[in-house]
Design a binder for this molecule. Structure first.
Ligand code: GDP
Ligand code: IMO
Ligand code: MG
Length: 405
């Protein structure tokens, strides 16, 4: 069984958490897009772990983890992440594999990333790394293993950056190459073999569908495709290998960085939700803006990814609110899609449905039938509006705070 896990909003839906829930029986977890701009949080026996590049499945001792060709790989970040995880007791053994075709994030990518703060990126060099990839001057993991070839490519690229010293960057990266060499593999071949052998496979998407470079609120997006189809390109498997796509949806909306958020809460409510939901970026620590659930935009994610099942996260965060709104649609002004011109988004008025809140803590509840009737009402209305099956509800950050349906 091969399943893709996709965020249905603007990222931080708790995909790490979803991998923790679905991954306990997975033989393989593979990342297909993005880079260290992602931050996936998992609580493991009370300890908070944040994954940027290593697939979250590494928490399970027998799970094989793959970083695919579609990932923008910052070798320094990966090494530091491996060392941190090892120091926290995670054994790597021979179970992390890194695509030889993944593009490297270089020091000049980080220096040039969103210099004028127009997009408010994470400044992890992701956009510039993908720019070089598509301009066909990128440097890939495989190049690190061949110092002469690496130096030629590096010196060509460094011509534009006189402030960077060739030998310094060269030595540093060759050192990274030595550390990473044992992990490098033809991951497409490996993954196809696992799939042909009938292994349980999860494909871990980073970011969220509304940040997709093609389908999101361009230009306020990331530079890769979180969309499920990108799992094929970013890992080198055929589309017919994918059995299902599971969406991860926060019970409200959050957004970090610039770009429209039409259902944004009033400052007072936003503060309440941000504090209760700890809505601060897992990568940059920036406060996230918060809004009501946008069922219209999540509906687009569901269609475009063919999501049949979803996991709802952070339902406990809404516990203190007296009423809860869901945006069902927008009042249009003759534009084919609100995605196409995000600058005009303020002209689109969300149409809300208002539901009663439950005003009681729900984190301790583990059975659906024990939830307050208003909570069940909210969940069932979401399922109805989106026409999807809800397979689990998260009511707190720990693994135990989960209700399976
Ligand atoms: P990701 O990038 O999609 O993996 O999500 P992040 O890790 O960036 O953000 C999700 C945040 O919500 C993390 O701090 C999680 O620990 C936390 N979290 C996950 N599920 C729940 C939940 O059900 N309730 C609460 N209160 N927090 C949660
Ligand atoms: P996870 O995987 C939330 C946002 C940035 C910025 C825009 C472009 O944790 O859900 P980039 O550095 O990618 O060029 O920034 O995208 N962004 C995210 N927001 N969660 C993420 O990842 C994000 N990855 C990028 O804040 O607005
Ligand atoms: Mg995150």
């Amino acid at each position: 069984m091969v399943r893709v896990i996709v965020g249905t909003q603007w990222g931080d839906e708790a995909k790490g958490r979803a991998i923790q829930l679905l991954g306990k029986n997975a033989d393989v977890v593979a990342r297909y897009n993005g880079g260290a701009n992602a931050g996936h949080t998992i609580y493991l026996q009370g300890e908070k772990l944040i994954f940027h590049l290593v697939p979250s499945g590494i928490i399970y001792p027998y799970t094989i983890c793959i970083i695919g060709n579609g990932v923008a790989l910052d070798p320094e970040q990966l090494i530091s992440e491996i060392n941190t995880l090892k120091s926290k007791g995670i054994e790597f053994g021979k179970r992390l594999f890194l695509s030889d075709k993944a593009h490297l994030v270089m020091p000049y990518h980080k220096i040039t990333d969103d210099k004028d703060n127009i997009i408010e990126t994470t400044k992890r060099g992701i956009g510039p790394c993908y720019e070089d990839k598509y301009a066909r001057r990128g440097i890939r993991v495989a190049d690190l293993l061949y110092p002469k070839i690496f130096k030629e490519k590096l010196s060509l690229n460094l011509k534009k950056y006189p402030s960077l010293n060739l030998n310094e960057v060269y030595e540093k990266y060759i050192g990274f190459g030595k550390f990473l060499a044992p992990f490098v593999a033809d991951t497409s071949r490996l993954l196809n073999q696992f799939i042909d052998d009938g292994k349980e496979v999860l494909l871990e998407g980073a970011h969220g569908f509304l940040l997709d470079i093609d389908h999101g609120t361009y230009p306020f997006v990331t530079s890769s495709n979180p969309q499920a189809g990108s799992a094929c390109t970013g890992l080198g498997i055929g589309p017919t290998k994918i059995d299902e796509v599971i969406g991860v949806m926060k019970s409200y909306t959050s957004r970090v960085g610039k770009g429209p958020l039409p259902t944004r809460l009033s400052p007072e409510l936003e503060e309440k939700v941000r504090e209760k939901g700890e809505e601060y970026g897992a990568t940059t620590g920036r406060p996230r803006r918060c809004g009501w659930l946008d069922a219209y935009l999540v509906g687009k994610a569901i269609k475009s990814n063919d999501i049949k099942k979803i996991i709802i996260t952070k339902l406990d965060v809404l516990s203190s609110l007296s009423e809860i709104k869901i945006c069902k649609e927008y009042k249009y002004q003759n534009v084919p899609s609100i995605f196409s011109i995000p600058e005009l988004i303020s002209k689109f008025e969300p149409v809300y449905e208002t539901l009663p809140g439950w005003r009681t803590e729900i984190s301790h509840i583990t059975k659906y039938s024990n939830l307050p009737k208003e909570t069940k009402n909210y969940v069932e209305r979401i399922s109805e509006l989106l026409n999807v099956k809800i397979i689990a509800i998260c009511v707190g950050p720990e693994k135990e705070n989960t209700i399976y349906l």
